[in-house]
Design a protein around this ligand. Structure first.
Ligand SMILES: Nc1ncnc2c1ncn2[C@@H]1O[C@H](COP(=O)(O)OP(=O)(O)OP(=O)(O)O)[C@@H](O)[C@H]1O
Length: 336
């Protein structure tokens, strides 16, 4: 659906996008992850033919961009950096105007246009906001309106730059559900985000951009495959460690006892062994890497240090500046 080779954009001495090879397949929910300023928006703009690449090529729906724009764009729903809208008009009026300008505007009569607009408003949860002018919209409402206009064309591909920007947790949840529902109905979704958790929750495939370079591109389930180690929380860590000997790769205190990382992928066998020896097992599961682990490793491999937003260890949903969170995490690791 999207394929780029060596896609590069330079602004004077700044290389915003540096030799990026994207591969987005039909049916993907592709998460394009990168810190602020890493080049996501510039890449999205090149994909849509809004910005000319300095070098490299981009293909969208099998056609080269920007040459294939006239053919490609009617099949693509796009949301790039805050949708433009007429501030004095309602969202509904804006959508009707937008629809009339679109490729189906001439063919579709007024009745079908009304129905299309109502359906799009309904889908993004704006149907109840009737006469209010867009000027009175919150940022989240503007994002929803932008998404509604992206949906008007019944797209095969959605290209969304930070679609949950400015939304509250409930709004983020609703947009996520909507995108997953569209994906189930056959729409390929390409979305950029600087939020690891967002990508981890909804994407099937991930590309990580770090200072203009694509440092990682892979299926999420491949990245999160079990590591071959099993994590055990036990009320009897000393006894368990004695029993398992050299198979224990790491041991740490944990509420209720201790946490052991054991070199084995046979979780059931390990459980049986511990229980038969009289160790109280509280939880036991194959260890999987989180997207954060993978991204950190990829960025380390590239010799850089990304500044993504990550979930703070301090509590669910808590977030702070990604750079600080990562620095703090490394300090923690160093102290451990
Ligand atoms: N028109 C422009 N002229 C000069 N430099 C630009 C231009 N557009 C982007 N840049 C630079 O290119 C780099 C990448 O910017 P870009 O907006 O693509 O990043 P981003 O990952 O989308 O960040 P954000 O999430 O903050 O939008 C930045 O250093 C930015 O300052």
């Amino acid at each position: 659906m999207i394929r780029t080779e060596g896609l590069t954009k330079r602004y004077g001495r700044v290389t915003a996008v540096d030799g990026v090879d994207l591969d987005v397949r039909e049916g993907d929910v592709y998460g394009f992850l990168g810190a602020n300023g890493s080049g996501k928006t510039t890449t999205v703009r090149m994909l849509l033919g809004l910005v000319l690449a300095t070098s490299g090529t981009a293909e969208v729906l099998g056609r080269p961009m920007p040459r294939g724009r006239a053919e490609v764009l009617p099949q693509v729903g796009a949301l790039v950096e805050g949708p433009g809208a007429y501030d004095g008009l309602s969202g509904r009026a804006n959508l009707r105007l937008f629809d009339a300008m679109g490729p189906r505007g001439a063919a579709g009569g007024r009745r079908t246009r009304r129905a299309r607009v109502e359906e799009a408003l309904e889908r993004v949860g704006l149907a109840g906001v009737d006469r209010r002018p867009v000027r009175a919209y919150s940022l989240g409402m503007r994002q929803r309106l932008g998404l509604a206009s992206a949906l008007l064309r019944a797209p095969r591909l959605l290209v969304l730059d930070e679609p949950t920007n400015g939304l509250d947790p409930q709004g983020i949840h609703e947009i996520r559900e909507l995108l997953l529902e569209l994906n189930r109905a056959g729409v390929t979704v390409f979305l950029s985000s600087h939020l690891l958790a967002e990508i981890e929750q909804m994407c099937t495939r991930v590309g990580v951009l770090d200072r203009g370079r694509l440092v990682l591109q892979e299926q999420l389930d491949v990245l999160q495959r079990p590591t071959g180690r099993t994590e055990v929380l036990t009320a009897d860590p000393t006894r368990a460690a004695e029993l398992l000997g050299g198979a224990v790769e790491h041991r740490a205190a944990a509420p209720g006892g201790g946490r052991l990382l054991v070199r084995t992928d046979d979780a059931a066998g390990l459980n049986r062994r511990l229980v038969e020896a009289g160790c109280r097992v509280l939880t036991l599961a194959p260890e999987r890497r989180t997207l954060e682990d993978v991204v950190l490793a990829a960025a380390r491999g590239s010799g850089d240090r990304p500044g993504f937003r990550t979930d703070d260890d301090g509590g669910p949903g808590a977030q702070r500046d990604g750079g600080d969170a990562l620095a703090a995490r490394r300090a923690d690791e160093g102290a451990a």
